[in-house]
Design a protein around this ligand. Sequence first.
Ligand SMILES: [Zn+2]
Length: 417
Amino acid sequence: MPNAQQNKLSSEDIDSVVKAVGASHANSDAQQTEVRRPQESLAEIDSFERLLQETDRDSTNSVGIPEHPEVRLVTEESLVTTSPCIACHATKAHRRYSIEGVSEELVECEKCGLGSLFPMPSAERIQSFYPAEYYGEPTAKFEPLVEFGVRLGAKMRVESLVGDLPAGSKVLDIGCGRGVMLRALLDLGHEAHGVEIAPEAASGADPRAQIRIAPELSKAGYAENTFDAVIMWHVLEHVPHPEQTLAEIRRILKPGGRLILAVPNFGSLQSRRTTNDWFHLDLPRHLYHFTPETLQRLLACSGFHFESVRHMAMLQNSFGWLQSILNRVSGTPRNSLYSLLHRGGEHPVVKSLSRRQRLQLKLGYWLGLPIAAVVSLFEAATGQGGTIAVTATLGRVSTPNPIVTIIESSSLQPALT
Ligand SMILES: [Zn+2]
């Protein structure tokens, strides 16, 4: 992976992961790759936590961009000329969203619909999108119910994604964060490997896991044909050159190896309904915004055989609905519920809320979550999930993952033009 420094600059989970892969840390000492085994195993974060954490931290970053800047629709119809789309090579895109305090905009490829920041920021600038403590706070916890869901979700997810592989399989989690998924992999009897961009991001991971710290995946030093499976859970959207990241994954996967990618679904019902208020946009940190179709195109270009896509991720998708609707109707700053759940009263944005507003957000959370869950089931059942997890294989078409059953869409078009 290329110069992906940025992501990593500060992430911890999702992001963090991403970072690991794509980002090249501005910090230079990060250029060294080191192998280490974290001492304690604490917690379990899971992708949801990653998701939440990626956006939390301080309210502004090093260049004064709000942690959760407001996002606005670009009302005038206009096409811009871009560098070739990584999925279809088109060079025209529609302007869609502008971002408070940020000169880049989210544009959508005229031909395939892939969303991306335009112009694509430099590695140094991407780094500035991440608040200073982005990778910190390894023991951060969520509301008990959310925390429980996060832990249980990671266990169930890993079992469904790689539970059918023979015990002892080598599995790499790119952007492993504090190792929630690594622990689940170990519990399954697999050999768990992780890559992170910053040592602090991986603190607390199970000491049995083999973690490498590197500014980007290609600098982690893995040999060719090493892994039976590679997992990239909510990381690819942070990487400035996803096609280069996929090329490196192709190199280190064994023939027939499995790649699992989870990303927000730019074509989801919640994305299309809530548009600029959609929680999972996470601008400007998300550099790319995939749909199942654009991800399929990119995978095909990178030599992978697309196998399946899942649209069900109860926590991520339900919270996506809830926060997106609150962004639209609550009158509170963007992603206030997220900040309240994850940082509580310490968060600057939360401090700015009145008692009444905090109460309303909490009430909205507890009353709205069950409804959001039902809506998420509906969107998943119709192939429009707020986040998606795609499984692809390298070198040959393998048997589809047997666990991917419910809410799996087979509607993707095989042809990518
Ligand atoms: Zn395109």
